[in-house]
Unconditional design. Structure first.
Length: 402
């Protein structure tokens, strides 16, 4: 490791991921708090770096369980959105151009298009296994106001002026996936403020308030999801998207509550955490501060059909997937074979890799976007399933050019 990188790594908090554990079997209980889906995609590179060439193994469509039963036409709009972002790349130009002649409402035609134009590649972990973990996320809808009041007293901040992003990839290309956050203290770059200090007003956040909300727990989950909508007291609804993060690793509050005996494993879903918070308002701030990670937002155009993911296109409920872009090319079609949340019922469908996430690290690792609102939140909050995935790439796609 270069000397300057070693110094930065010891002096700054990297945008970390949740510690990995062996892939679970399909569960019959809710997960321990949904993993954050904030589209930063810049956690520290693990000791065994991923690459498209090492993570993808050529396969055939016959190897995809349930491929012939999926209604691929339901993913066509999501695929066209990917093409809108990829069509200027030489590896995708011909394929995306040919999609214009396909009847996207005809499942047989769409399936034939993918079979003729693409080659499936099974995603493989660095240890050679093919099973991984699939979680879910959603777009929250919370209440808020442009003005602070006794009811709306919790601020949602934009990026503070003193937040530094350290990117040394031009000098050290091997760390191109690592961007560190910090702040200046004299001539030294030190870790940025953790959640507790930001909430206490120690960071340069005064004047950076976008809106104010009435519920600290809903704000916490908005940060975990990375985007959401706010229904203002004027009747207007705005959309907030991820803008940056303070650089501290995400720590699961649900897991902490289980470890402390406050919740059982089957209670440690998003819904269970909210119920605990309602019973323990005097302990809420202390518990939330155990997760030092903090997300900053920006107000974006209110797309009518979904929030914008890391690819820069609106996400499609049930068909958009957050992935680790070091293993899966962003924008590519991905066939997922897993199970529906909290069941052993097969969930096998074509999705599009249109987002990334702070905790979405590793080759066989996906986070399914379930849409907006309470029902989507309930589905996402229950999901922690095992499964496999295959990336569909145009023929002659350059796997070594990531």
């Amino acid at each position: 490791m270069p000397v300057i990188l070693a110094a930065l790594s010891s002096g700054l908090a990297g945008c970390g991921s949740v510690p990995k554990s062996p892939p679970p079997q399909p569960v019959q209980a809710p997960p321990v708090c949904p993993a954050p889906a904030t589209p930063n995609g810049d956690a520290p590179v693990p000791s065994a770096p991923l690459s498209w060439a090492s993570a993808l193994r050529p396969a055939s469509f016959d190897a995809l369980p349930g491929w012939s039963e999926d209604a691929q036409s339901d993913a066509w709009t999501a695929f066209q959105r990917s093409c809108s972002a990829l069509q200027l790349q030489s590896a995708w130009q011909e394929t995306c151009a040919s999609a214009a002649s396909v009847d996207g409402s005809d499942t047989a035609a769409v399936r034939g298009f993918f079979e003729q134009r693409f080659v499936p590649h099974q995603v493989v972990n660095s240890d050679g296994t093919v099973e991984g973990t699939f979680t879910g996320y959603y777009e929250p809808l919370i209440r808020g106001s442009r003005q602070r009041s006794t009811t709306n007293r919790y601020p949602i901040y934009g990026v503070p002026d003193d937040l530094l992003v350290v990117d040394l990839s031009e000098v050290y290309p091997e760390i191109r996936h690592m961007r560190l956050r910090g702040r200046l203290e004299g001539r030294r770059v030190v870790p940025y403020y953790p959640r507790a200090d930001i909430e206490a007003g120690k960071a340069a956040v005064q004047g950076r308030e976008l809106v104010w909300t009435d519920d600290a727990v809903e704000l916490f989950f908005l940060q975990i999801q990375g985007s959401g909508r706010v229904r203002l007291d004027t009747g207007e609804t705005i959309r907030l998207s991820y803008a940056d993060q303070n650089g501290h690793p995400y720590r699961s509050v649900g897991r902490l509550l289980v470890e402390q005996g406050e919740l059982t494993l089957d209670q440690a879903s998003m819904q269970g955490i909210k119920a605990w918070a309602a019973r323990n308002p005097e302990r809420l701030t202390q518990m939330l501060n155990q997760n030092a990670s903090y997300v900053f937002f920006r107000e974006t155009d209110a797309w009518p059909d979904g929030p914008t993911g890391a690819l820069g296109v609106p996400l499609s409920a049930g068909r958009s997937l957050a992935i680790d872009p070091r293993a899966v090319p962003l924008g590519a079609p991905v066939f997922v074979s897993t199970t529906w949340p909290n069941t052993d019922t097969p969930l096998r469908r074509l999705m599009l890799a249109q987002d990334t996430g702070g905790a979405i690290k590793g080759a066989v690792r996906g986070d399914v976007f379930w849409g907006s609102g309470a029902q989507a939140g309930a589905t996402a909050g229950r999901m922690r399933q095992s499964g496999q995935m295959w990336v569909l790439l145009p023929r002659d796609f350059p796997l070594t050019s990531d």
